[in-house]
Design a protein around this ligand. Structure first.
Ligand SMILES: Cc1ncc(COP(=O)(O)O)c(C=O)c1O
Length: 329
């Protein structure tokens, strides 16, 4: 294992990949000076809490538990590896993949009273998405997030933010945390890092005690993935993709909101993370959109989710908007 420490960044990786990892970290930090997190291990498999259990000053998995979010309409999703799945509420995802990890409790989203009531002496941390992607494009209230941060600080527990879907310009900022002036204690990132090439990362503040050499992974610091990430991050910055995502998202949503769309309850967005909540199930509408050559995903049963690339042209946005208007009138 290689061991390096540079200006407050500790990381662990395989020797052969160390140069690319350094380059990636420098690239990452150059463009994200506002986020006071350090990238520690490289996670090719996204977020695997069960593998990180020995690494924190907070001994998450001894007798302790994590709080994750869920209620009837807003559902947290953290992925399909075992640890992440254990923190994901929806039965459809969990069914058939046991045994899952114990120690997760679920509390309603955007509800600080319920969260405060759920925190016990055994609570090690709270994990949430700032915009629930799979769960319905539910956007966390600013006051709620600042109260969660305060609760974590007061109780000495860690605040974990899953930025796997919200990260890398999607919401109009490099990370959604920036909308909230939030410094998480742990942040997960993946998806957009390398423009589609598979790579993920877990970032930790210096509250987290990560002994050098304790963690690793076969593809950690993979040179090709790091090179793709460096190129993608450079591209995002040079082409101001965050600003583009914000402008394009607001332009597109304003266009839809001007129409009287009889099937729609609400349109929510943060940048180009867009949810259109319908009065009925979305499945037939998704098919109709597909027939018109527009690919959209559901988020829950009644929300159409649109996650276009930040590079999408205004012309393409107009085509999608006009088709949506015809389908949802
Ligand atoms: C918020 C969030 N976390 C984590 C993941 C990773 O999921 P998976 O492990 O299924 O790739 C996703 C994927 O959609 C996601 O949206």
């Amino acid at each position: 294992m290689g061991k390096h420490k540079t200006s407050g960044v500790y990381f662990v990786s395989n020797d052969r990949a160390i140069e690319m990892t350094i380059a990636f970290l420098n690239s990452f930090r150059k463009y994200n000076p506002g986020i006071s997190l350090c990238l520690i291990p490289f996670e090719d498999n996204y977020f695997q809490l069960e593998r990180l259990k020995d690494k924190y000053k907070f001994s998450i998995f001894s007798e302790q538990e994590l709080l994750s979010m869920c209620d009837d309409i807003s559902r947290q999703f953290h992925g399909r590896t075992m640890g992440a799945l254990s923190g994901t509420y929806k039965e459809d995802y969990r069914e058939g993949f046991g045994p899952l990890l114990e120690g997760f409790s679920f509390v309603p989203y955007n509800n600080i009273e319920k969260m405060e009531a759920a925190v016990t002496d055994n609570t090690a941390g709270i994990i949430l998405e700032l915009v629930q992607g799979e769960g319905g494009i539910n956007i966390a209230d600013k006051e709620y997030i600042s109260n969660v941060r305060k609760l974590c600080d007061d109780k000495g527990i860690i605040f974990i933010v899953d930025e796997i879907q919200t990260g890398f310009c999607r919401t109009g900022k490099f990370f959604a945390s920036e909308h909230y002036n939030l410094n998480p204690d742990i942040m997960t990132a993946a998806k957009g890092i390398a423009g589609g090439f598979p790579i993920g990362a877990t970032l930790c503040s210096d509250k987290i005690n990560m002994p050098i050499g304790k963690h690793g992974t076969t593809f950690g610091g993979n040179p090709l993935a790091c090179a793709a990430a460096i190129a993608a991050i450079d591209f995002m910055t040079e082409n101001k993709l965050c600003e583009q995502a914000e402008k394009k998202g607001n332009y597109f949503v304003a266009k839809l909101k001007r129409e009287n769309l009889s099937k729609v309850i609400e349109i929510r967005n943060l940048g180009l993370m867009i949810g259109i909540e319908l009065k009925e199930k979305v499945k037939p509408y998704l098919q109709e959109l597909l027939d018109r050559k527009i690919l959209a995903l559901p988020a829950g049963l009644t929300v159409i989710r649109l996650l276009p690339p930040a590079t999408i042209s205004t012309e393409d946005l107009d085509v999608v908007a006009s088709n949506l208007i015809q389908v949802l009138k």
